[in-house]
Design a protein around this ligand. Structure first.
Ligand SMILES: *Cc1c(COP(=O)(O)O)cnc(C)c1O
Length: 407
């Protein structure tokens, strides 16, 4: 059986975790701090904070920005549920927009739904291809005249909505660590970018996430970093490491924060992953994607994914193959036929309006025709470091045989 996306766990990973366990410090500590510094340096930003998931990290961002009841947050209809669920968690309303043929959020669709209630925009770098972040930042900036900040909002002595004066752009880069836009790494374009290090992502810490901070002047990233740290630890003024100093037991809680810090066990895995990310992980993923494309391109039963659009370069997280002439039912039958050949594939993603919760909230699939067209013809093929060329060829043969059988 060829699995879809197992993590790369080898002796080096196991040794790093063992060292963390034997160090006597297993929660947030020196390894997490080192991991944060390395992520910030990699992405070319002043500061990054590592937390326990994309979901909790990005939810903290919405809470910090004061997003709540009566507010709207623009998200693509084509994404994982987490993107919209965090908007529900804070009591705001997700406003869904359609995507372009490259699977990313349509900036012009964002412009059309921007209102005086819009507090944030969350583009998604689906499959690893960055959304058109420059165009989306421009839409947010040009929409500043519509923006209506909450006047009574105070976070650590200032009002972030008054300071920014427009909708916050929070990039969902759960798939795109290592991707780039115009030669700079993802993480250095949006106001704040959220990464996921969940087990199936292209850089993993088992579970985990990080934020890179890239807000314009006069935001102070060091101060913001400290604030997010406090938010992730119950609003407590000292973290566990600071409290280990002799006599440094007293702390205060300035507000009822959340609990979503990263542990040093997770960071130990992440540090190994980072070390070999550019030299081993991405080159292997790229080679696998290119081997698939060489086999499927030029055959009109298939549509191969694009890994570069203008100055946006993918990090090869997913291989999102399309069967353009298939109906949704035929695509499902193709997946069944592939599975019968002991190959695991996937669909990224079931659009939000097709999930029963969002359907119950009144979202309708027919309002997002391009999202439906892409989803109903999409099959994601296995891409991971340990997948061999022979296995890639097995996947290719299984997909071709399944399509032959069904269409
Ligand atoms: C995985 C994923 C998330 C959530 O990441 P977690 O770290 O599991 O919270 C968010 N958005 C997208 C597009 C994802 O694929």
């Amino acid at each position: 059986m060829i699995p879809f996306s197992p993590p790369r766990i080898d002796d080096r990973t196991i040794k790093a975790v063992e060292e963390a366990l034997r160090s006597g410090w297993i929660t947030t500590g020196p390894r997490t701090k080192e991991f944060e510094k390395r992520i910030a340096a990699y992405c070319g930003v002043d500061r990054a904070i590592a937390l326990n998931s994309w979901t909790n990290a990005c939810e903290l961002v919405l809470r910090w920005y004061g997003v709540g009841p009566g507010d709207e947050v623009i998200v693509p209809a084509y994404t994982y549920c987490a993107t919209a669920n965090i908007v529900m968690h804070v009591g705001a309303k997700p406003i869904m927009v359609d995507v372009l043929d490259d699977f990313t959020m349509d900036p012009e669709a964002v412009r059309k739904v921007l209102t005086n209630r819009t507090k944030a925009i969350i583009p998604v770098d689906i499959g690893g291809l960055p959304a058109n972040i420059k165009a989306i930042m421009r839409v947010a900036e040009e929409g500043c005249n519509l923006f209506t900040p909450k006047v009574n909002l105070r976070v650590a002595g200032s009002n972030p909505q008054m300071r920014l004066g427009r909708a916050l752009v929070l990039a969902d880069a759960a798939h795109s660590f290592g991707a780039s836009v115009g030669g700079t790494k993802v993480g250095a374009q949006a106001d704040i970018t959220g990464f996921s290090f969940h087990a199936v992502k292209n850089l993993t810490t088992a579970e985990g996430g990080a934020l890179t901070l890239n807000l314009p002047e006069p935001f102070a990233h060091e101060e913001l970093y400290r604030y997010f740290n406090t938010m992730s630890l119950h609003g407590q003024s000292k973290d566990a490491l600071a409290k280990t100093q002799p006599g440094a037991w007293r702390y205060d809680v300035a507000f009822p924060g959340w609990k979503c810090n990263m542990t040093d066990i997770q960071a130990a895995i992440g540090l190994v992953e980072l070390d070999r990310f550019d030299t081993e992980t991405t080159p292997r993923r790229k080679a696998i994607c290119e081997r698939y494309s060489a086999a499927f391109a030029g055959d009109d039963r298939f549509l191969v994914p694009t890994f570069q659009v203008g100055d946006r370069q993918s990090c090869y997280h997913l291989y999102m193959l399309r069967i353009p002439n298939a109906t949704e039912e035929q695509r499902d039958a193709i997946i069944t036929a592939i599975a019968e050949q002991q190959v695991s594939v996937n669909v990224h993603f079931i659009p939000l309006p097709k999930l029963s919760f969002y359907e119950s909230q009144g979202y309708r699939m027919v309002d997002y025709p391009n999202t439906f067209k892409l989803y109903s013809t999409e099959i994601s093929l296995p891409v991971y470091y340990d997948l061999t060329d022979a296995q890639v060829d097995t996947v290719i043969a299984a997909v071709k045989a399944a399509v032959q059988k069904v269409l």
